[in-house]
Write a protein that binds this ligand. Sequence first.
Ligand code: BGC
Length: 746
Amino acid sequence: MIKYALLFLFALTFCSLQAQVFKLTPKQEADINALIEKMTLDEKIGQLNLFTSDWDVTGPTLRAGYRDDVKAGKVGAIFNAHTAKYNRDLQRVAVEETRLGIPLLFGYDVIHGYRTIFPIPLAEASSWDTVMVQEAARIAARESSAAGLHWTFAPMVDVARDPRWGRVMEGSGEDVNLGSAMARARVRGFQGTDLADEATILACAKHFAAYGAAKAGRDYHTVDISDRVLRETYLPPFKAAMDAGAGTFMTSFNEVDGMPASGSRYLLTDILRKEWGYDGFVVTDYTSINEMVKHGVVANERQAAKLSIEAGVDMDMQGATFYDHMSALVTTGKVELKVVDQAVKRILRAKAALGLFEDPYRYSDEKRQKRYVLAPEHRTAAREAAGKSMVLLRNDKNILPLTTDKKVALVGPLAESQYDMIGAWHADGQGKEAISPLTGLKTVFPSLQHVSAADFKLDGTAKYLDNARIDAAVDAAKLADVIIACVGEKADMSGEAASRTMLELPGRQLELLRKLKATGKPLIVIVFTGRPLVLGEVAGLSDAMLLAWWPGTEAGNAIADVLTGEVNPSARLPMTFPRSLGQVPIHYDMKNTGRPMDADNKYSSKYLDGKNTPLYAFGYGLGYSKITYASPKVSKTTFSENENITFSISLQNNGDYKQRETVQFYYRDPIALRTRPVLQLLTWRQVDLAPGQVASVSITVKADDLTYLGPDGKTPTLESGRIELFAGPASDKLQKVEVNFNKTSN
Ligand code: BGC
């Protein structure tokens, strides 16, 4: 027993050592303590305020006069201000015109690129390629740091299972493990190995926590989930981000168990600080302290300020509740000074880790800005990333890839769009710098005919195309060898405050596709979207369907690469595509229930008017080649705590193209003390196979990889018994092997 207690203590100490996200020297720590000694209460409170500039509006209120606040030492950080020149000038005010000269921290939503825009995060996650995703974040950091930024409000690591929620585009989809891997990759990409390096920026894991579980997919709506679901599904990507060194966390707008996250001591102190040992700083989401009044847990903003700082918030984003009330709260003894000191210290440690005390202007560098922002090599990387992120959903009779002599009719409302290509949350990305599908495809199909639909506005339900445009598209289609139709959502239809109650193609796009199909010409549909859509009829009408998501600055070139076979598509869905809205939320790791689906039994878990299965399952995606899998094998069929199983599968490229294949490994624990999902992603491996090539892919499986949170809802547990292991190309195309776990200890 004592041995286990000691082990546990050791594990705890080790965990908290792991959680030291800022590695400061003893001198830096001493300097910070000395600085805090010198600070007046007002100067301390100043560090806790984050205000937006008037450049960009990302929330409902705008607090004017931020420059005066900087001069008065009442601001610790500014967001939505960028470019080397502008931020250098504002930094000068903080450093030269305030009593203590504490540098500002500049933040911005650099979500999928700063100026060179990469595919939206959900698209990047479709690559399942953590090296590529890390590189995309590194490039974003290199560009934004040169433009005066120190801090990105990314990665968004919210697990999301409801495509009605517009913010699914910002995350990595529905899976805990894929999401955790992407979280780690992005944090490492933004922060590198040394935060003080001029080309790295501070990451922010957001939105802590469970924002993705908003009821009915309506943004900002109530979250009501069990502690088990919180810990099993929503928290692991945050823990992964912390373990990768994420310097900051952002609270979420929603409540969890009746308490808004920005006032949740349970989330911010009990879990984040005490259980996980986190030592970075916590910023709120935009005015989310103030919003606790409307949530109805406090009567006014003063109470809200007290609740949130005592819960564990360090910095107030844009709400000015600390700015307005903290001084009175401390001087009347309602909030202890040491609580403020602790928050100040965490923020100053972040500034020190960035090297801002040595050189506050290090990140505002016009020369570097000119060199790196939208650099040609960044565009090349964005093109490659976009190609790796597009999911081929259908390819009847191998109509793709196309030879470049084809006479193409390019139609559809998104064909000539530049702005929509960079999607929502595009930071400093400029539509005019993006390659439209038209521009990209024209360069590879010289005889392409295009029918414009550019000037049509989208208002969700009303006209998206008029009759004349539809007729013109059909006329052009009749003269072509092949039709390419660019359809989907416009960029402002996903993202924050962009929830939808319908998941079909908006406007008259389906009608357009039906008429195009009636011409009898092969129809290739390219879908642009920030979320899974209901695509059953679209799939039925198309000969090939490519999910391009919102591909970023190099959209059109990457589409041309994929359609011509220059790039062989290899992406896999990170979110299930439903057949109908009524199936939502639908995800691959459902529970079995006591009455699993049985077509012959009315009283089983199913619908009267539709299937349980999705249109496209998690992990699904096609390539141009044909890959065949042999049966999976295990090195042994029983194992205990200290033993590994080697789980392997061999596969062969039986087609004509070089193919990247993502081999997926899943498991199921069919009998446990608490119910477990019918499948869980264990890990995956990517292999590049030349035509004819055979490869054997192996992973090592050990008990620790298979645990769940036992009956107490906290302790990783695995009981003795049968485990099912699966391998294959998608969550609905797996082969199974059974093994037995023999637990030898208690
Ligand atoms: C969003 C955050 C974002 C912040 C600052 C909020 O509305 O929820 O994700 O970082 O605005 O722009």
